[in-house]
Design a protein. Structure first.
Length: 213
């Protein structure tokens, strides 16, 4: 057993949990997962959850899945961030259609317009995923190690946030231009854009165009 495996086993066997999952009521579920699997996070033990961290969590969720199903999503929903991550990672995206008069279904209906697979029953998901179940999930090309962590604590520096935000306005601009003009790494630019989107200040357009709301 290698060092990593010994650490995971020792961590799973330790009855004293030195961390608190979010939300705390999920503690028993987390312990059950650890018994036969692993918990994955980009954040260190003891990290206090913040709203800006949820898109990173959602990226891990979509990356670990063969596909995601968006049951209901408003126009500015965190579920839409997850679906975008899934598309970037080459995962299948399904959406449950809703009433065009219901604002809670506006985002999921837009996903269907953009090509997401319509799902009205479990069979719709199974039919698409069955051919790839049990097969290795395709991995996106890895970025250089220098892009892996935006900063010592995983956060973009304040001056990087300021430079990237200053390049944004009501006119859509390509994300590649933000990387080139700001001098920041692609990983940092993505984090800042996710923060702005979660705050309701960013709008995404066709392709890789973004603008401030």
């Amino acid at each position: 057993m290698d060092g990593e495996s010994r650490f995971i086993k020792r961590f799973a066997d330790n009855p004293v949990r030195r961390w608190t999952p979010y939300s705390p009521e999920h503690g028993e579920l987390a312990d059950a997962i650890l018994a036969d699997g692993a918990l994955v996070s980009e954040m260190p033990l003891g990290w206090e959850p913040r709203a800006r961290d949820f898109p990173r969590r959602n990226r891990l969720i979509s990356g670990l899945a063969a596909g995601i199903v968006v049951v209901e999503a408003a126009k500015r929903s965190g579920s839409l961030i997850t679906s975008r991550c899934a598309l970037e990672q080459g995962r299948e995206v399904f959406a449950v259609p809703g009433s065009p008069l219901d604002p809670r279904a506006e985002g999921s209906n837009d996903l269907i317009k953009q090509g997401a697979t319509v799902a009205t029953e479990a069979a719709d998901v199974i039919t698409v995923l069955r051919p790839i179940l049990g097969e290795p999930v395709a991995r996106a090309l890895a970025e250089p190690d220098t892009d892996a962590a935006p900063g010592p604590d995983g956060e973009p520096a304040d001056d990087e946030r300021a430079r990237i935000t200053a390049l944004l306005g009501p006119t859509p601009v390509p994300v590649d231009d933000l990387v080139r003009l700001s001098g920041a790494t692609p990983a940092v630019v993505r984090v800042v854009l996710l923060e702005l989107e979660l705050a309701g200040r960013l709008e995404r357009h066709g392709g890789t165009l973004v603008s401030l709301v």
